[in-house]
Design a protein. Structure first.
Length: 260
């Protein structure tokens, strides 16, 4: 219940809900039949704030997101010292619907992360370095065997043996995932999308998980390369939303005490 409430409060600060609340409040103040000059003044202020939010979130979303994606460079497996590794992959969506091929049960975000894990694991294997892969898989619905088969099918093209794969269940958020990862053996390589990795690494330091960051999916074109970049668009709103969510998570991880 607390987790759901936190997610609800976070979403109220996303650009679209916040923009809607500002517009509704401005309309009420401007159109109230008994509102005086003071109400109309505040209505205009809120309307200007809504327009400013629309322009900033709709244009500069990629800039906000790049403040997160630029924190860690891509991992080069050739530079890793020879020791036993456990690649720990932050979880995302998984579908238990019947009829799907096992390797197609992961959503797009999870596939990006798993492909990065496969790339690193295959490179380590070529060097004769052993590794296991542990992946957080949501939701925690008890389908452990199905999830293990899905992981095995996904990593088969990378030459990763099924016994080297560990689905992690029961972790409802990033904090719980990091705690679960910290209990695994070997040197940890922490894998997630580049925008999510700063929050994970902050949690890793907080819970004493000594991990090597490995960002996935962080290749983006430069902002401002085209005049069209300066027109408000839905993609920029999505980038702003993601940045807001991650910075709220970073603030929570920074402010709350480390509890298990």
């Amino acid at each position: 219940m607390i987790l759901l409430l936190k997610k609800l409060l976070a979403r109220l600060l996303f650009p679209a809900p916040l923009l809607l609340m500002l517009l509704v409040a401005a309309a009420i103040l401007l159109l109230h039949p008994k509102g005086g000059a003071r109400c109309r003044k505040w209505g205009k202020i809120l309307l200007v704030a809504a327009i400013a939010l629309f322009l900033v979130a709709g244009i500069f979303g990629q800039v906000f997101r790049e403040t997160l994606t630029g924190r860690y460079p891509p991992l080069d497996p050739a530079l890793l010292p020879p020791e036993e590794y456990t690649l720990v992959v932050a979880g995302s969506g998984f579908s238990g619907a019947p009829g799907l091929a096992p390797e197609l049960r992961f959503n797009d975000a999870m596939r990006i992360r798993l492909h990065e894990a496969g790339r690193i694991a295959a490179a380590l294997r070529k060097r004769g370095i052993g590794c296991s892969i542990a992946a957080g898989i949501h939701p925690s619905d008890g389908q452990w065997e199905l999830k293990h088969r899905a992981l095995a099918a996904f990593f088969a093209p990378y030459g990763i043996a099924p016994e080297r794969l560990i689905p992690i269940e029961g972790a409802a958020n990033s904090r719980q995932e990091v705690i679960a990862f910290s209990q695994l053996p070997g040197c940890k390589i922490l894998i997630s999308e580049a925008y999510h990795l700063p929050r994970l690494m902050l949690l890793a330091r907080k819970y004493r998980l000594d991990a090597i960051p490995a960002p996935a999916g962080n290749i983006e074109g430069p902002f401002g390369g085209s005049p069209l970049d300066f027109l408000p668009n839905a993609e920029s709103f999505a980038h702003t939303e993601r940045a807001v969510y991650e910075y709220l998570g970073i603030a929570e991880a920074f402010l709350l005490p480390a509890t298990k």
